[in-house]
Each structure stands twice: as structure tokens, then as C-alpha cells.
Design a protein. Sequence first.
Length: 385
Amino acid sequence: MVQSKLPNTTSSSFSSICQLIEETGALDMAIGKTDFKCPQELLDLAVKYFNDGYNNYAPLEGIYPLRKGISDLIKMHYSHEFNPKTEVTVTAGTIQAIHTAISSVVKDDDEVIIFEPAFESFAPSIVLNGGRPVYVRLKAPAFKIDWEELRKMVTSKTKMIILNSPHNPTGSVLSENDLLQLQRLTNGTNIIVLSDEIFESIIFDNQIHQSVSRFEKLIERSFIVSSFGPLYNVNGWGISYCVAPEKLMREFRKMQQIQIYNVNTPLQYALADFLPKNMSFEDISELYQGKRNYFNRLLDGSLYQVIPAQGGYFQLLDYSNISDETDVEFSERLARDFGIATMPASAFYHEKGKSRYVRICFAKENSTLEQAAERLLQVPSTTAL
């Protein structure tokens, strides 16, 4: 008999939603798929490198021109320069980068703090490495860290704290004060920080992304993971990256070597050529802020409670004025009866409580946002107000 290494992990919530979409034909507003094409110049470069025969293995750490471009991108936005030779590694997507970072340092009985709601791959990666997830809930409705509560959760066994900003699924972002609080909390400890910043390029309302790369005392203890996917609409290319000080990156590369070894070679060359002239985040933030505003305006005056996302391209909707159903039940009814697929927020919690939130992806054309809002507004309230 096979004894499961992840006995508490069932099939992915995302797989379940995809199956529901296939069964019902519902409008997919659940999964993080964008309606927008990657830049034509980038596509042309990819075709060029495929045609030119760049089909052999790339170096384990990624091609140097791309690593140099990543270093330059970070320096431009956050004024810190990571050494492209020793502190930057190209990865086969974000989940792999996060798993590799966890695997690099987490050992038996180590505790790793996760802020919930959290992406569903975090905890299994910790468990597979013998660690124990410690869950700290972000405080609704703004989904902020309670720093006093966090301090009480830190013990001598705390090995890592995982951050995610802009946050999936809530769209909240960390402030400068949050990062300074984290810096004070970890000062004088051996705690490692893993910062998932894949939506760093999508920040709203004139805010500035507070990357760990801005804080020298955090940099020395941190893995920072980001991706070209949201920036250039190439999520399916599966190319992300991790930056960290050399002492941490050395362990990261050891682990990556036995996990994947190679990342798509021609696409790395295409990104390396495209990146130097396309480092601005302004246009993409403006695009998605417009999408957020448009979608939320379509729900004005409805029973849905909306706290506008501060970053990323996901928006939570509080439907507690409409139904007492669990979010899983409500999401299933939305798909089957009203033709719209949403992601229940409980997919991002280890305990399925009484969440009354669903997540919408607003990275869509306006016509799709209009269809989605129309279907959401058809749902009658069954809750006594």
C-alpha cells in the first residue's frame, strides 16, 4: 500500500473549479487567465529564437543576459543591485521557485508562518520538507497583518515567514510600516523571509510596491520571487525568477539542480532581449486599475460588498448580504444557475470556515466584465436584512 506524503491534501481547488466550468460552460472569472496578448515584439523574439535553433539546455541558473536584465529591473525600481552571477536564478514558474526556496532551508520540525488566505501550494511544500505550517489570519475586511498576534506566534522553531504582496486572493498590499515591522521582528533571529511578489508590477491608487528589495536588513535574510507572467501577459510561459543573497542562493541552486535543472531556453533569450527596453510598470498598473474600477462600478448599488483591490488582478466580493451559503455552495450555484464561475475564498484557507467571499479575476475585456456583472446581479438575496 502507498502511504500518502500529503494525507490532508486533496485535489486542487483550481482543478475542481476547472471541472465545474467544463461541466456547466460557465463564464470563467475564477482562474487567473488574462484576456490580453503578450507584446508582439516579445512574441516575434520568441519565434526568432525557436527558429534559430536555441533548443539546447540553458545553464542551471538561467542565461546570463536574462539574469542581468532581472538585476537591472530590480535596481531601477528598488535601488538595490543583486549580483546576476551569484544572486539571481531563473525558474520554471512561481510555484517551483517557492517550493525550491522552502526546500532549500526548511527541515524537520521547523515552523513556517503563512498568512491566510494563502495560495494552496505553500503548506504542502512545507509539509513535504518535514516542516509545520503555522497559520496567521489576515484581518478582514482590509486583510492586514496583526503584528501583535504575529509576534505571539513566533517561537524558537520559527524558520521562515512567507509574505505575498500584492496579495492573492484579497488584493491587499503591504505598507512600508509592515516591512519595517517585519524587519524589527526578525532582527537578531535566524528567520528566513520568503516574499512572493509576482504582482509587483500591478499596484493601484498611486501606491508604491514595498518590495523586500527596498530593505537592506530584510534582503540579507530573504528569498524574493517574482515573474514575467503578469507584466507581459505570458503566465503560460512558466518563467519566473528568484533573487537572494549569495549564501541563500547557493542552497537554492543546489535544490533546483535536482528538481528541474533547465528552464525553456529560447523563451529566456526572447525575454532577455525584450526586458531592457520594457521595464516600466506604469502602463500595466494603469490598465488593471481601469479594469478594477470599471468592474466595481458595475456592481455599485448592489448587495455585494466590495473593498477595492489595491494590487494584482483579483477582486474579492463579500456576498453575506445575499446568501448564508458557504462560499463553495454559493460558487457552485453561481456556476450552475447563473453561468458565472468564481473562486471560493475558502480555497485559500486550511480550515474551511464560514467565509462569505468569492474571488473574481478582472483581467478581462470590458464586454466580459459586463457579462460577469450582469450575471452576478441576477442572484436574488435569500438573507433577511
